[in-house]
Design a protein around this ligand. Structure first.
Ligand code: AMX
Length: 389
């Protein structure tokens, strides 16, 4: 037995805790540290924030950033994969408009799986990444009843431009929108191996369901209010604050805590400082929309809430998390309905989860792949000792 193998002992205290903290595998794409937050393939996220989303997709699949030549080739490759099947229009036309956008996204991914499957893990994962901008754009269009005059998908554009082009929002600064969406995608593409949606996607793929079915399952996991849907709750919270006056904001924060409600956008399970993804988005907001009403509110919240939360020693991290700023920025460029926010999160994660599924299926264990997931459950009344008998 090596020293490594003795580092972690499973005790009965680990049972029924949602696998929290239990080491179960290796993640090649990203990890999270308490001070610098998420790192993609070793790079702290703050160093990557200005990269194009296509560069990060390349990084997650190849474990290195592309050089200029590789970048050009990869962008062309993604563009060649971008076309979406006509059937997606029929399906979206028929879905209930009051269904949650995350359910639409999951169904859209299933449609891709039913029409575009190759059966090759990497091909399918990259094809899905390439098709997502159009799927996302179409989802907005059909949900909002803007089914007529949808611009053709311009496959020579970047992923974000294709989405913005499909949406074709009137009276919105498309360049600003593109910058905010691109930054959002880069910051959200991956977050370690054990978060619920990533784990779910990999678990489904371990039974050799295809990448599309696995990703649809991952999106369903992401849609939960304790997971990806927190970003929707965050903007709803900011709208509820409704003022950027520091005294009133402090009163509001205290009254929410008094009522045992969370202060959304603050705190983190792993980070012990402000999430660099929040820092990046605050800097972007100061550049793009310093006078936006919601941005002014989150600026004040960022000053006031950590001081109030720090009064409670139980709270491990009183600082801003990634979700505090993303909603205000998206809102500023016309995405005023927070129920859509988790779909941006899902769109971004298709890259990270797709890359992790590829690693687990094709790369790990010298190419044999990780076997079908099968954690051990103990029968009622038994203890861990029974496992050794
Ligand atoms: N507001 C109110 N109470 C908070 C809080 C906050 N922002 N952050 C932590 N706490 C409370 C916890 O609920 C917990 O209370 P309990 O002991 O009564 O159960 C106690 O402080 C200790 O929690 P913790 O160890 O500091 O954090 P955690 O790992 O249990 O929870 C998180 C982390 C993010 C769920 C929590 O900070 C929270 O609920 N934040 C507000 C909601 C939010 O912003 N969610 C988005 C998270 C974004 C992300 O992680 N990507």
């Amino acid at each position: 037995m090596t020293g490594d193998e003795t580092l972690f002992e499973v005790t009965s205290a680990h049972l029924n805790t949602g696998l929290r903290g239990l080491p179960v595998g290796t993640c090649f794409t990203s990890f999270v540290t308490p001070t610098e937050g998420v790192h993609y393939c070793g790079y702290p996220i703050a160093e990557l924030a200005e990269q194009e989303p296509e560069d990060i997709v390349y990084l997650l699949f190849n474990k290195e950033l592309p050089n200029d030549e590789q970048r050009v080739k990869f962008v062309e490759d993604l563009q060649s994969r971008g076309e979406v099947p006509e059937q997606i229009n029929e399906v979206f036309r028929s879905l209930p408009k009051d269904g949650h956008p995350m359910d639409w996204l999951s169904i859209g991914i299933h449609v891709l799986g039913m029409t575009c499957l190759t059966g090759d893990w990497k091909e399918d994962a990259l094809n899905m990444v390439a098709k997502m901008p159009r799927v996302m754009g179409l989802m907005f269009r059909y949900r909002e009843g803007r089914e007529d005059n949808i611009p053709e998908d311009n496959l020579s554009q970047t992923m974000v431009q294709r989405f913005v082009n499909t949406l074709d929002f009137e009276s919105v600064d498309k360049e600003k929108m593109g910058k905010i969406v691109a930054t959002y995608l880069v910051l959200h593409m991956d977050h370690g191996g054990g978060n619920l949606s990533t784990f779910t996607g990999k678990a489904i793929a371990s039974g050799h369901a295809n990448v599309y079915s696995s990703m649809a399952g991952a999106m369903n996991a992401l849609s939960g209010p304790l997971h990806g849907r927190a970003n929707q709750s965050c903007l709803e919270f900011v709208l509820k604050v409704g003022t950027d006056d520091p005294i009133k904001v402090e009163e509001f924060v205290r009254s929410e805590l008094e009522a045992k409600r969370p202060i959304y956008g603050f705190g983190h399970a792993v980070l012990r400082a402000e999430d660099p993804r929040a820092t990046v988005q605050f800097a972007l907001g100061e550049k793009i929309c310093p006078d936006d009403e919601n941005f002014k509110i989150i600026r004040t919240l960022r000053e006031v809430a950590p001081k109030v939360l720090a009064e409670n020693p139980k709270i491990s991290n009183p600082n801003a998390n990634v979700d505090i700023a993303s909603g205000a920025l998206l809102h500023h460029v016309g995405f005023t309905d927070p129920t859509y926010y988790t779909t941006f999160f899902g769109w971004a994660r298709v890259a990270g989860i797709g890359a992790q599924i590829f690693d687990e299926r094709v790369v790990m264990r010298d190419g044999k792949g990780v076997p079908i997931y099968r954690p051990k459950y103990i029968a009622e009344g038994q203890t861990l000792r029974h496992l050794n008998q």
